[in-house]
Design a protein around this ligand. Sequence first.
Ligand SMILES: [Fe+2]
Ligand SMILES: [Fe+2]
Length: 181
Amino acid sequence: MYGIDLLMKEHLNIIAFTEYMKNCCCAILEGADVDAAQFAECIDFARVYADKHHHGKEEQILFRHMLENPSSVTEKLVRNGMLVEHDFGRFHITELENALKLYTEYPCTKNKLYVITHAAAYADLLQRHIQKEDNVCFTYAQRLLSNAEKDQIDAEAKAFEEKAEQNGIPQKYLAWLDMRG
Ligand SMILES: [Fe+2]
Ligand SMILES: [Fe+2]
């Protein structure tokens, strides 16, 4: 199924990105200074590629179709699980941005901890989230959805992807990731 295969391929890129974020945190723990420009690039990747591009397809296409088949399992898994975790990811990125601003103004150890806390929490959250989607949520979706719904999801995912490619989104962010992988 094109729509789900595409999301799972993007998961590999997001895992590579979160490993890079963890490496940035480890460098600080080993004595490096906080590189605000490096974290600003991570925030941009998280907001545009991971959230707008990837979570965008999940929320506007796959999850929307799943929720059109109302059941307590779908509600629990999608609305109370996956969507809540997307929001926690956004929270950690906002807090990372706040922490960087504060650290730039007052570069003390506590503000360094503030930066590492939210960068590492985001990376850990996304890695666990992706495991749940790959192993539970997407396999459940394959059983839940009719063939007509799957075809519809594939068509919508293709249109979303074509538009993003016209704007150079996946090309730009995968090139950035490639240089850091
Ligand atoms: Fe997700
Ligand atoms: Fe995902």
